[in-house]
Design a protein around this ligand. Structure first.
Ligand SMILES: Cc1ncc(COP(=O)(O)O)c(C=O)c1O
Length: 366
């Protein structure tokens, strides 16, 4: 069986380095908010090209805390509207809602999985205060157009970069540094994944950074002095130490993902399959390789019968989830169609050429 993703094998590459860090960790007794977190925050900010990084407990918290940070600074207020992609993982939407803001769902451009400036502009109202761009599946959203639009209308822009660690635009600027603030997830299956939950915020805004540093730790400015109503959302020392080890491998891993993606683009030859957009640049880090097929469930079963595991990202759009039933009346035809047709093929930095060739050959016979 070719697994969709083998997290155990992905991490096995770092086993001895992890064990060495774990031994050091046991000797320090510092579990929370110590030097390992500071070090990782510095490294990840540098990697993204941003001034600041705050390690938090998850990608969802990273989005929520970015929003709450702007509320604390008075740049947003409860009930303000945030323009969000309808085609995304539900966490993007929940992050906005958790902060007391209102999501306005935008259908993607016809030929893309991501939102376009053109589609966002149609839905801007006097209540709109921010755009949340999502680099879905690892592909940068159209940030240039989105930032121009935001400037024109006086909107903030944040990025959900949970699936796009290391994606770079044409000017060499990385995900997380293409807006006012970036939110990352280090969920174990991500391109940069921890050995548990984790997340981070990147920003060049020093006031935002300072307020989020407080928010993630009960609103504390100094021990037992609470300035604002914060939460407990801190990236563990141990996870930060593991992430520092894995960060060194991130660019090489993303390159390996692109090699597999390129192989799929060049070798899959089947009219029933539609490819994702790709401009052959480093703006896509192929967190997942998502094809479309009208007979998706038949294709998925066929692949499974032939020893290939696939995943659907995602089967139900956020506005059709029971949890968000207040939005179920919305008609978002492109999003709804995407959810009927998408299928993610195996892709990872440790996938062998032999497995990739087998996947291609089986797909070509469907
Ligand atoms: C696009 C997107 N946003 C946000 C998240 C939330 O991240 P986490 O699971 O770390 O909370 C995820 C991953 O789960 C994601 O894929």
């Amino acid at each position: 069986m070719i697994k969709f993703l083998d997290v155990q094998q992905l991490n096995a590459r770092f086993e001895s380095a992890f064990k060495a860090e774990f031994s050091k960790f046991l000797n320090t007794g510092q579990c929370i908010l110590g030097n390992k977190l500071l070090q990782f925050e510095k490294e990840f900010a540098e990697y993204c090209g941003a001034k600041h990084c705050v390690g938090v407990a998850s990608g969802l918290d990273a989005i929520t805390l970015l929003c709450k940070g702007y509320i604390e600074l008075g740049k947003l207020k409860l009930g303000d509207e945030v323009l969000v992609p309808a085609n995304t993982y539900i966490a993007s939407i929940l992050g906005v809602i958790n902060a007391g803001l209102i999501p306005v769902f935008i259908d993607p451009a016809n030929d893309s999985f991501n939102i376009s400036a053109e589609n966002i502009e149609k839905q801007i109202s006097s209540k709109s205060k921010m755009i949340l761009a999502v680099h879905l599946y690892g592909e940068l959203a159209e940030m240039k157009g989105i930032n121009v639009l935001a400037k024109k209308h006086g909107l903030l822009v944040i990025e959900d970069a949970a699936q796009a660690h290391g994606a770079v635009d044409v000017n060499g600027i990385k995900a997380g540094n293409l807006s006012d603030g970036g939110a990352f997830s280090f969920y174990p299956s991500k391109n940069l994944g921890a050995l548990g939950d984790g997340g981070a915020i990147t920003t060049n805004d020093s006031a935002l950074f300072k307020v989020i540093m407080k928010l993630r730790n009960y609103g504390v400015s100094e021990k037992y002095k609470n300035d604002i109503k914060g939460v407990n959302s801190r990236l563990d020392e141990l996870q930060a130490a593991f992430l520092s080890i894995k960060l060194k491998q991130l660019d090489a891993d993303n390159s390996k993902r692109r090699v597999i993606a390129k192989h799929y683009f060049e070798q899959i030859n089947n009219d029933k399959i539609t490819f994702p957009n790709y401009n052959v640049s480093d703006s896509h880090v192929f967190h997942v390789f998502v094809i479309r097929c009208k007979n998706r469930s038949m294709l998925q079963q066929y692949l499974l019968k032939n020893g290939i595991q696939t995943v659907i990202h995602y089967p139900i759009p956020p506005h059709k989830q029971k949890a968000l039933k207040e939005y179920s009346y919305l008609k978002l035809p492109i999003t709804e169609q995407i959810h009927e047709e998408v299928l993610s093929l195996p892709i990872s930095p440790i996938q062998t050429i032999k497995d990739t060739e087998k996947i291609v050959s089986i797909l070509n016979k469907f």
